[in-house]
Each structure stands twice: as structure tokens, then as C-alpha cells.
Design a protein around this ligand. Structure first.
Ligand SMILES: [Fe+2]
Length: 162
């Protein structure tokens, strides 16, 4: 799984973050469960300096993605699942530029104000999120994306379309 930072940057876009920050590979327990601790991601603008920007401007659409977590789940005997889980109170939840949001993929982040956090070093309000993904029987296939170098210099400044 992988996600953007609270500032809306993936580590490979962001010279401030360490390589592979906010990315993880997990193995389930015997019940098919994983758990992990992270920061709450933020949404981000997609680039508009090419034909995608021309298309969005022609349609009068904004270029924002609502905050989300990415998941890739695979197991022998099941089709590989690549999905996203969205933050329910994001202002762009109903207008994702990528049309990725479905009702089932809206995560239920629960804010905890005065409850003890699972980790002692977590101070103040924190969130929990539970979700069940169901894999379909079939042949697993894994994509092989190119992994290129780390971003250097300044954070990208991607304009927002109104
Ligand atoms: Fe994303």
C-alpha cells in the first residue's frame, strides 16, 4: 500500500521525504488481516500542463483528487486487487477528477478525541480506519511499473483549476 503525505505529495515527488516513505508491503495473518499505523493522507492536484489539462479546462472541471490510500493485494489463486480507499470528508469526494470514488471505496475514518491511542507516542486526536477487501478467485497478475529515481530540488508546484 502507499499514500501521499498530509501535504499531498508522494515521496517520489517530494525531496523532503525519505525514499519509499509512506509505502509498505504487508503480509496478512491467518485470518487475512493486516494493520498498520500511518499519517492521514491529503488530496492533491493532478498535473495540467499537457492534454489532460486542456481537456479539464474545456470541460470546466477541477484537477483535484480526494485524499486516498492505494492498495495492491495479491494471493495465489485470486485475482490481483488494485484499489484505493478514500477519505470520507474530503471536499472533492463527490468530484474526483479521476472518477475513482465509489460508495464501497469511501473509508470510514473515525476520529478519536479523548481515547487512548494504540501507540503511546501518539498525542492528541487520532483516527482509525477499518475496511474489508474481498478478492475474487482467479489468476494473480502483478504489474511491473518502472521505479525511477527520487525527486530532487523543490516540491512540484501543480496549479489548481478552480
Ligand atoms: Fe494517489
Amino acid at each position: 500500500m502507499w499514500h501521499s503525505s498530509p501535504e499531498g505529495f508522494y515521496e517520489n515527488q517530494d525531496p523532503v521525504q525519505a525514499d519509499m516513505n509512506l509505502r509498505g508491503k504487508f503480509f496478512t495473518d491467518a485470518d487475512g488481516c493486516i494493520s498498520f499505523r500511518s499519517v492521514k493522507p491529503a488530496g492533491y492536484p493532478i498535473p495540467i500542463d499537457g492534454p489532460t489539462g486542456d481537456l479539464l479546462r474545456a470541460q470546466g472541471r477541477h484537477n483535484m483528487r480526494p485524499a486516498h490510500l492505494h492498495f495492491l493485494a495479491c494471493k495465489e489463486g485470486f485475482k490481483t486487487l488494485i484499489s484505493q480507499l478514500y477519505v470520507q470528508d474530503d471536499k472533492f469526494i463527490d468530484s474526483d477528477v479521476q472518477f475513482g470514488v465509489t460508495r464501497h471505496l469511501i473509508g470510514n475514518y473515525v476520529r478519536h478525541e479523548n481515547e487512548k491511542a494504540p501507540a503511546a507516542d501518539v498525542k492528541g486526536p487520532w483516527y482509525s480506519l477499518e475496511h474489508v477487501f474481498v478478492l475474487e478467485r482467479g489468476q494473480p497478475k502483478l504489474p511491473r511499473p518502472p521505479i525511477t529515481g527520487k525527486a530532487r530540488g523543490e516540491r512540484p508546484k501543480i496549479p489548481h483549476l478552480a
